[in-house]
Design a binder for this molecule. Structure first.
Ligand SMILES: [Zn+2]
Length: 267
């Protein structure tokens, strides 16, 4: 009896682990695609044509050059043809995407919310790549996901009402617009539109967590820059990656943080 229970639970966990592993692999491959999307969309290039090529020597990359992370290691971080070093941002974004997709499954299990979270992470990875490379958060990507979440959130909203998600969208847009006006352009138009999508996806309680965290991360990084690199106070840093990081933390730990806050300060 006990043995069969043990066997069953092990069997179940075995399925969980294999699924987790395949979702991680799927994330690696998706991450490699998001690199392409994030680098090409702001340049108004097609994401399919031309096929992947080395930006330095233009040699077309073969399948063996395009295996996420592995190609980067096997080719010793260089282009196989011209030996130009390849930026480590590619494998890093692939690994991050893999880890985050797997986390979504780990946290939310076999649910629609996992699928939603994977879509949300996709948006965040793409805009992080674009913002790091060009300081642009592409409108086309932001509006695509805005439309997608407006429809999908109507059907799938396990923790909040649909109204809470709509309020999050309006507040996200409004608060960042206000910050942009007060700081006289310290916040870009791309950040404001991105916050509308973030607020829509998360709903307004988690939106506030995200705003707090992103300003905290941004300020912390700014201080590090000033201290270690002697950057001026006005040094421009892209804010999109901080919004992305804060959003990810909110997705997984936002409600835990809100609960902790209430229990610590109000009981
Ligand atoms: Zn090359």
């Amino acid at each position: 009896m006990i043995l069969s229970c043990l066997l069953k639970s092990n069997f179940k966990r075995g399925i969980m682990d294999t699924t987790l592993f395949f979702i991680f692999l799927y994330g690696l491959i998706s991450g490699s695609f998001f690199n392409v999307v994030g680098l090409r969309i702001p340049k108004k290039e097609s994401i399919i044509h031309p096929p992947s090529h080395c930006p330095n020597c233009n040699n077309r990359l073969r399948v063996r050059d395009l295996v996420p992370v592995l190609s980067y290691i096997i080719n010793r971080r260089k282009c196989r043809f011209c030996k130009q070093p390849i930026s480590s941002i590619y494998p890093i974004m692939e690994l991050i995407t893999g880890a985050l997709f797997a986390s979504a499954y780990h946290f939310f299990g076999f649910t629609w919310e996992t699928l939603m979270t994977i879509l949300f992470i996709s948006l965040l990875v793409i805009i992080t790549v674009s913002d790091l490379a060009y300081r642009i958060i592409p409108d086309r990507i932001v509006f695509l996901f805005l439309g997608l979440f407006l429809v999908l959130r109507f059907f799938i909203h396990p923790n909040e009402t649909y109204a809470s998600h709509l309020i999050g969208m309006v507040l996200g847009f409004g608060i960042f617009l206000l910050i942009a006006i007060v700081s006289r352009g310290g916040m870009g138009g791309g950040d404001i539109k991105l916050m509308a999508v973030v607020g829509l996806f998360l709903g307004y309680p988690l939106l506030f967590v995200t705003i707090l965290l992103s300003t905290f991360f941004g300020a912390f990084y700014g201080i590090l820059l000033i201290v270690f690199k002697g950057a001026g106070r006005k040094a421009e840093i892209p804010f999109g990656p901080f919004i992305a990081l804060a959003s990810v933390v909110s997705v997984f730990y936002g409600y835990a943080m809100i609960n902790w806050y209430w229990q610590t300060f109000y009981y």
